[in-house]
Design a protein around this ligand. Structure first.
Ligand code: DQA
Length: 154
């Protein structure tokens, strides 16, 4: 299972500051991730919450499962150490995604406290960043499986 987890205000995509985040709705984003997963043969669950407690619960569950996570921590990126600490517990791969390019925006968005515990970060490519993150995870898993096989393990 790959979890695509979205933080606060991302449920408002489509109507939220379209000049910054585009006109794709959250429902469109969900569909894009599910269709990408289906095409890649990955089981994907897409979730969004405005509640810190809920996000931490989801991250704990993903850590327990050893699942990969695509995370858009939204505003939490810039200050939330509890979300970072939960993300740091993940045993699977973590890809941080931002729809906008946080580095060209206000100074307070330039730093993400999550990035240091992520395998990689995609920012500024719109919702396409989610598709790219899922494609990366599929490729990484396939390559890891091949390299394990080449040294003779099941
Ligand atoms: C965001 C960027 C954050 O700075 C902002 O608070 C968001 C969305 C993005 O996807 O571009 O809510 O993570």
């Amino acid at each position: 299972m790959i979890y695509v987890l979205n933080g606060p205000n991302l449920g408002r995509l489509g109507t939220r500051e379209p000049a910054v985040y585009g006109s794709t709705t959250y429902a469109d984003l969900e569909r894009l991730c599910l269709e990408t997963g289906a095409r890649l043969g990955l089981e994907v669950q897409v979730r969004q919450t405005d509640a810190e407690f809920k996000m931490i619960t989801w991250l704990h569950a993903a850590a327990d499962e050893g699942a990969d996570v695509v995370l858009n921590p939204a505003a939490w990126s810039h200050y939330n150490i509890a979300i970072r600490d939960a993300a740091a517990m993940l045993r699977g791969r973590l890809i941080e995604v931002h729809i906008s390019n946080i580095h060209t925006r206000e100074e307070f968005r330039h730093h993400s406290v999550i990035s240091a515990v992520a395998a990689g970060v995609i920012a500024g490519l719109g919702v396409d960043g989610y598709r790219l993150a899922l494609e990366h995870l599929a490729r990484f898993a396939a390559e890891a499986a091949t390299s394990v096989n080449s040294v003779g393990h099941p």
